[in-house]
Write a protein that binds this ligand. Sequence first.
Ligand SMILES: *Cc1c(COP(=O)(O)O)cnc(C)c1O
Length: 384
Amino acid sequence: MNENPTGFDTLAIRAGQDHDPTTGAVIPPLHLSSTYAQDGIGGLRNGYEYGRSGNPTRDALQEQLAALEGGRFGLSFASGLAAEDALLRAALRPGDTVLMGDDVYGGTYRLVSRVLAPWGVKLRIVDITDTEAVRAALAAEPAAMLWIETPSNPLMRISDIAALAEIGHAAGSTVVVDNTFASPALQQPLALGADVVVHSTTKYLGGHSDVVGGAVVLNDEELHEQVKFQQFAAGAVSGPHDAWLTSRGLKTLGIRMERHSRNAGLVAGFLGEQDGVAAVYYPGLESHPGHAVAARQMRGFGGMVSLALPTGEQARRFAESLELFTLAESLGGVESLVNYPDAMTHASVRGTELAVPEEVVRLSVGIETAEDLLADLAQALRRV
Ligand SMILES: *Cc1c(COP(=O)(O)O)cnc(C)c1O
């Protein structure tokens, strides 16, 4: 056997998942213990002391996360926002600026604008799909951090990670990519030049809508130590059960993303042909403005599709008329979901520069039989 397998699916199944040395259990055990016996004072076994500072189940997941993003270090947190918060507090100081896109996850915007801003972190918003606008914004005033989310939520805008990493680095910014929508199966920001990847593992990485979690993956040793210190000192760690479920979900990420992408492509194509649909937002469509960049930096276009109905009223009715697509927040699970951003996921950014048009509906296309999904969309469109 190859000594160091590097295939994505092999890493997903094997990285950090060594058999248990004492019993040979093929699946690493779930370690629930909050504390660890010491062999004499300070005599720790493999460094384990207390559950917040270290846990073998969490360590296994962290190794798996790092391997899948092609990074040196992975850190797992209680939620995606906890991961973002630890990273932001580790990397920024009062007076520093974060430059981010106008279509980022609403919770990220809320975290910076309402939690960190009172502590002196400044936020500036730019059209991050426009690389020249980002270059100009950084030339006008540098930013300690450039925050990229691609594809973005919910309008599936695409940003050129490699170009933005170069522009960000030239201006001295730490370049962060929220890779939640693509997942490492489809897009590897560190290989494209980004410094840090963040995830809501609640979504595709966990993949089964049964666990909330987040991750930070990066290569820089010093920043890793700082984020790890935040994880330990502020304590937003993932619990062992959550880490175990996320590890299990990760093993099938590759094949799930293939099917998510295939189904979403069929859904986007179908919606594009319907008279009652005003617009379809999916980077896999050649008509999508970010299609060429997405085709270059992604290995598939993912499972998220948004659409616009002619009016907000129709959008609401469409979202409420779907039956197989469950009306719920979140995304990335095996089951299809529909979300009405204006009043659900993005209600917190209503009236701000990040507000989502009220005609837009977002679909998280699951891995069910595609024909059943198309039939559900067709019946809901007849009812709007
Ligand atoms: C859900 C989500 C988050 C936040 O993650 P939580 O696990 O809900 O805290 C961040 N970014 C994106 C793109 C998301 O979809």
